[in-house]
Design a protein around this ligand. Structure first.
Ligand SMILES: [Mg+2]
Length: 284
């Protein structure tokens, strides 16, 4: 991989921006289908995509078809289903080895059998992944996790357990957001740039760790959750605010993040960093 430039010298043409969607760009809704993308966010992403030379990608647990439906007519480079699906800047689409229909069918039937008697549980079929949402019945968390562990054990060669916020998911084995980011960084226009990953959930942690190893910028969207990420944005509004700053004054926005993140950039004798922006805080 090419040497990554020093943050102090960076402009939009030197960064590769990877964004989780739910809980990062969009507030989490009661149901995944209930979210919507405000026009100003869509336009901001489009502007950043163009100004960065195309190095803005969505890295989500949603399927790419779901991402496209949400952000239409914008169709960004995307990784879907936690890295199972990949659509690069060229538009070329590929997936990892899909789980078998038998494994998906067995898991789906077991999940529905468990969920049916409980009001507030919802099974989401993402074609190659299956999610059990318990946002409508948070008191059932323990039994949901126990049931999903049991179901996962029966299909463990093909599907892996992935916990998230009020959701337990079976995703295709081997797919991680770290692999998704690494795949983008092998391709133009992402290759050789400083990676920035912003995400909010457990599924984002492997990507934070990868970005840390590459001396990039890892940002968790949370006021307090322990995370491998080295900087924080407190909530979705702060992410959108930072993206607005990135569009208006990229240097200042990047310095604010790097100042909040000790050890980033790999610059020798880095010049004194600008103070962090109000909405960017160092890891406690
Ligand atoms: Mg998320």
């Amino acid at each position: 991989m090419a040497e990554i430039p020093c943050i102090d010298d960076l402009t939009l043409s030197g960064i590769a921006l990877f964004l989780d969607v739910d809980g990062t760009l969009l507030e989490i809704a009661a149901r995944p289908q209930a979210v919507s993308v405000p026009d100003d966010l869509r336009e901001r992403l489009r502007a950043l995509f163009l100004a960065s030379g195309g190095a803005v990608a969505l890295v989500s647990g949603r399927a790419i078809t779901s991402l496209d439906a949400l952000f239409a007519p914008l169709a960004l480079p995307s990784a879907g289903l936690h890295g199972f699906e990949h659509r690069g800047a060229s538009g070329a689409y590929r997936t990892r080895q899909p789980p078998s229909g038998a494994a998906l069918q067995a898991a789906r039937a077991a999940m529905l059998h468990f969920a049916l008697p409980h009001a507030g549980l919802m099974v989401e079929d993402k074609q190659f992944a299956l999610a059990l949402h318990y946002r409508g019945a948070p008191q059932l968390e323990e039994s949901v996790v126990t049931a999903m562990r049991r179901i996962a054990a029966d299909v463990r060669d093909e599907l892996e357990l992935q916990r998230g916020k009020m959701v337990v998911e079976l995703r295709p084995a081997g797919a991680t957001k770290a692999e998704a980011v690494a795949a983008f960084l092998e391709e133009a226009p992402f290759a050789g740039r400083l990676p920035i990953f912003i995400g909010d959930d457990f599924t984002d942690e492997p990507a934070f760790e990868l970005v840390n190893r590459l001396a990039g910028l890892s940002v968790v969207v949370s006021a307090a959750r322990p995370s491998a990420a080295r900087a924080r944005l407190t909530d979705v509004a702060a992410v959108r605010g930072w993206l607005g700053g990135l569009q208006a004054d990229p240097g200042a926005a990047l310095r604010a993040l790097s100042a909040a993140q000790a050890g980033a950039s790999g610059c020798d004798d880095a010049s004194p960093a600008a103070p962090p922006a109000r909405h960017v805080r160092s890891r406690a």
